[in-house]
Design a protein around this ligand. Structure first.
Ligand code: GLN
Length: 261
């Protein structure tokens, strides 16, 4: 089997280390003898190339880079990406990326950045003097059917552990939250929601990067992408997750969340 991973604007949206999500997906495929190819989706990419990918990863960026990305992600390119996600192509979108998948992002300085309008949410930066949302982030994934599927893969309640660093605050309208905050700010530090989930698109403020410490999410993305591509049920072989378990336990201990491990 083969899997192609589309990586959104790697040179512009990797400020916070989310390339680690791509590496984690690559390794967890290679360890299972799944051929994997990573395709950069950037300013040189024609729209039809976006249709070829099986899974999409988008990382985080500073306001300025987000504005550059959205100047490029227009017209057919934007429509193709929107259609891919509407058709259920799985993806993980971190921080600046989901802000651009919503209706708009109002940065600290400059004009409102119009988004793809795929996710029914808006994001607003409260201004350069407002404190950023920075710190460890722990949340329970509650979005359905994702949470049920993750419980099957992980064998436990899907608690995600990561790190957030954003000035923008995100407010959901009809789109369901990805989860509920246990520790940290999440979408806005007010309503206890974190991220969003739409079809098979995972939107989150959690850097870390997210996937290495939460391998069940990586496996869900791989499994979902392969099932959609090959139109058959896929059972991924088990991998040794002991390092991830150890990292999670250390983080939860540091955060005083002993009841979660
Ligand atoms: N520039 C956006 C903000 O500050 C996104 C930051 C990020 O991607 N970590 O909210």
């Amino acid at each position: 089997m083969e899997l192609s991973i589309g990586w959104l604007y790697p040179n512009l949206m990797s400020t916070y280390g989310d390339r680690g999500n791509v590496i984690c997906l690559q390794r967890r495929c290679e360890w299972r003898n799944i051929n994997v190819v990573v395709i950069p989706l950037d300013r040189t990419t024609e729209a039809d190339k976006i249709t070829l990918v099986d899974l999409i990863v988008g990382g985080g960026a500073q306001d300025r880079q987000q504005e550059i990305v959205m100047r490029d992600l227009q017209g057919t390119k934007a429509e193709t990406l929107r259609e891919k996600l509407e058709q259920g192509t799985p993806g993980v979108f971190t921080c600046g990326s989901p802000q651009l998948l919503g209706h708009y992002y109002e940065p600290a300085l400059g004009q409102r950045i119009e988004g793809l309008g795929l996710l029914d949410l808006v994001s607003k930066h409260p201004g350069i003097n407002a404190p950023r949302c920075i710190g460890n982030l722990v949340f329970e994934i509650t979005a359905e059917p994702l949470a049920t599927e993750l419980k099957k893969l992980w064998g436990d309640t899907p608690i995600a552990i990561g790190f957030e660093n954003h000035g923008g605050r995100t407010y959901l309208d009809t789109v369901q939250p990805l989860g509920k905050v246990i520790q940290g700010y999440g979408n806005n530090g007010e309503d206890g929601t974190e991220g969003a989930f739409y079809h098979n698109a995972i939107a989150t403020y959690s850097h870390g990067p997210l996937l290495p410490k939460n391998p069940f999410i990586a496996d869900w993305l791989i499994k979902t992408a392969l099932q959609k591509k090959y139109q058959t049920s896929i059972q991924l072989s088990k991998l040794d997750n002991s390092l991830a378990y150890a990292a999670r336990k250390a983080m939860l201990q540091n955060l005083g969340l002993r009841n979660l491990y």
